[in-house]
Design a protein around this ligand. Sequence first.
Ligand code: FES
Ligand SMILES: [Fe+2]
Length: 344
Amino acid sequence: MFVRNAWYIAAWSDEVGDTPLGRRILNEPVVLFRDGNGRAAALADRCCHRSAPLSLGRCVAEGIECGYHGLVIDTNGQCVSVPGQRLVPPGAQVRRYPLVEKNQFLWVWMGEPALADPALIVDFPYHDDRARWPHKHTMYPIRSNYMLMVDNLMDLTHLGYLHAKTIGGNPLQHFQADMKTVRTPSGVKFTRWMRNSPPPPSYVKAARFQGPVDRLQVFEYVAPSSILQWTGATDAGSGIEPDDFPFQFRLFHGLTPETETSCFYFWSAANGYRQDDPATTEQLFGEIAFAFREDAAMVEAQQARLGELGEDGLVDINSDATRMTMRRHIDRMLAAERQQEAAE
Ligand code: FES
Ligand SMILES: [Fe+2]
């Protein structure tokens, strides 16, 4: 079951060019495309003539042309032309999903269209500030429920084990980190200090630290499926403000459910420490990509076991507190939707 009344990332803006993109979102087939003016839209991926997937068609000036018999549907989902006849039959319409292009993403609203308020979309202006935050981005298809990936990102105690060779560092330090978690109106946020700790291998590579560092991580979960991350480090005891840390980067993580057991993982890495060196942005992205493939492999294996054996007999440990707060937040959103539906 998914929260429907929320904005989800349907695609990176640059994934949708002059050919339609078919993508299953919240278990519904959706087609993303642009008309001749570059305006992006999301429609049900089903032609209103004989149900052919519109994603097999092509982009035309007025919208999207079905690849079967050539009906043209505009970005509002309205059929605007039928080959060989002057009149468009009444009701020739395809379901339209509200779509907003913002911060290099196409955000889609799969729920009640009247509730789709663009002001609710997460702000991540760093994607638009390439001078201060040069970044690189991608999307991984993951064979797991989207919340297993959210859990993974919001519980950093796995770093010292799963990512020992890259971004991890000493496992015990992750458990002893000075961690403050607060609930926010839209989710949960934590700050996590690891003072006077040995820098993990990827930090040394990136910033050439010679000795121990003060390491700070800030993670904000915006329900249901975005995580905004700031990470930085400075020489231990230097006392400088985090914004001035000589090593810092920002990551964006967006998880969009495809089905109950698969999701799309949109992420970016923005370099905030050597902005004038494109090789640095590449290196940062490459190191993180390596770690994220480790995450994907583990989470997919976890999903497979859960699918086979269910949740019976599993226990919670201290570091599951954030995970449980997030689940409760989602449960409240789902309950609110059910209440709303019942009232209609
Ligand atoms: S099925 Fe699309 S035009 Fe016929
Ligand atoms: Fe990880």
